[in-house]
Design a protein around this ligand. Sequence first.
Ligand code: CP
Ligand code: NVA
Length: 304
Amino acid sequence: MTQHLLALQDFSKEQLGAYIEKGLLLKKEAKAGIRNQQLAGKTVALIFEKPSTRTRVSFEAAMYGLGGQVIYLSGRDTQLARNEPLKDMARVMARYVDGMVVRTYGQAIVDELAGYSSVPVINALTDLHHPCQVLSDIMTVIEHKGEVEKLHIAWLGDGNNMANSWIQAAARFGFALTLACPAGYDPNPAILAAAQAVASKPIRVVRDPVEAVREADVINTDVWASMGQESEQEARIGVFRPYQVNAALVAQARPGAIVLHCLPAHRDEEISEEVLEGPQCVAFDQAENKLHIHKAILAMHLGQ
Ligand code: CP
Ligand code: NVA
């Protein structure tokens, strides 16, 4: 097992599948009231330079749930805010804690921390990737629709961090992925090309939202302006409007298709209130599964 979890491409299909197996097992154990203390005596630091509700609370609850302890640091509370070098931060933190869960801006920040850290660094969202979220989402898809490799998954809207992690997941798990993005908002081209080069099923970017959902078993979307892009919010609403996941669009997908949203959602922007609150939407199952997958990630990276 690679020590750090920075991006899904660093793992084989079997390794990614192991997180999901473990997440499903820990969920079953938790529902049965079984107490698992496998991280007793371990401490993880959460270093978050961007806001979070789900990821922060689910990582904290996961760590405490496995008997461990958490130290939460917001970006402004550390010397990083006063430009202490990342390589110093990484080596100091590794003397105190058994792992770091980091939410930040550039992927280069988590990569550099990992490069200097002797304890695991887990990527809890960067501008480029959101790998832990996509693992929770795939666990949710498997629970609702069975084997993920047999499915066609559609992504609607921005080619953002979530889209990039879904592309890497498609290449590894072997499911078909069609992304409908407006021109100028495509996913990262290098990530797309690398995934397409090794994928067993098509990974395509199209402009037409209906084309993306026509064969879809799963429809997936996310906010049109991610954290750090707040100043673009108004301009993006105009560009992205045709990509809204609403009842008319969902009706074009395969019967029984499910709708994913990692949350937080902007109602009646990227997803209509009707669809978000409707029976096909599994957003709150995704949110719950973050707890179980984060337990799996912590157990597998910190539990040795
Ligand atoms: N889905 C997700 O990462 O939510 P938070 O920003 O609340 O952590
Ligand atoms: N793309 C979103 C995901 C939030 C969980 C963002 O980066 O803000």
